[in-house]
Design a protein around this ligand. Structure first.
Ligand code: ADE
Length: 234
């Protein structure tokens, strides 16, 4: 079995990379910015693909996530892609900081294109997720929520109305891009998201995100340990 994580930020991947002692395969994706870490866990190949960096900061967002996912699938042929990272969530849904969710759907929340049945529907995405996601969440005791993706950390009122209209619960910047590419190859995709900030909590998003990043990445690592165990023991 080959499990491939696609992760945007070094902070999100580092606890996990260190836990499994997996090593960078230098230059694997050159000249693309994405990076590959690889090792073995319980007889499975474990790949972690990071979006990479530009000008000293992580390449968050959909473009880099698409490049990383496309390259990962074409070069590594994984059995499953896991998009693991941090997200915003909603206090009104009962979310708490550093709580880990499994995605039960994925879409874009900042693509405002008119038309219900053609452009509008297509641009929102709503890509398939791995069919075993709910069973995994139930067995390991994680909540589930719909991932909605946009290109900004903040949330404009027009984003919120799309999120609410479609039952979005987890706000990120990569999930739907990863899901889009997985849908093209019919590669199963599992979402694992840890909450750094509450979109309806009243705090300034970047400050709250920065303050909680370390804590959220620790719970993310613990969740991923459980998930790897679950996937490799089946
Ligand atoms: N990643 C972590 N928090 C986020 C938020 N509020 N919006 C988008 N991406 C995020």
């Amino acid at each position: 079995m080959r499990i491939c994580y696609v992760v945007a930020m070094v902070a999100e991947a580092k606890p996990f990379i260190e836990r499994y002692g997996i090593k960078e395969v230098e230059g694997f994706f050159a000249p693309l910015p994405c990076l590959l870490y690889e090792g073995n866990v319980n007889g499975a190949i474990l790949d972690v693909v990071l979006n990479g960096q530009q000008q000293g900061s992580d390449l968050v967002g959909c473009e880099a996530a698409s490049v990383a996912t496309l390259s990962a699938i074409q070069r590594l042929h994984p059995d499953i892609i896991i998009n693991s990272g941090t997200c915003g969530a909603f206090r009104s849904n009962g979310a708490e900081i550093a709580e880990v969710y499994i995605g039960n759907g994925v879409m874009f929340h900042d693509r405002r294109v008119p038309g219900d049945d053609a452009w509008g529907t297509q641009s929102l995405g709503n890509y398939p997720i791995w069919e075993g996601s709910a069973q995994l969440a139930q067995t390991l005791g994680f909540k589930m929520g719909k991932v909605t993706t946009g290109s900004s950390l903040d949330m404009q009122p027009c984003d919120l109305s799309i999120i609410q209209e479609h039952g979005g619960e987890l706000k990120d910047m990569e999930g739907a891009a990863v899901g889009f590419v997985c849908s093209l190859f019919k590669t199963p995709i599992l979402y694992v998201k840890s909450v750094t900030d509450l979109c309806d909590g009243g705090a300034e998003t970047f400050e709250e995100f920065s303050r909680n990043l370390h804590h959220a990445c620790e719970t993310l690592k613990k969740a991923n340990e459980q998930i790897i165990e679950y996937l490799t023991q089946r």
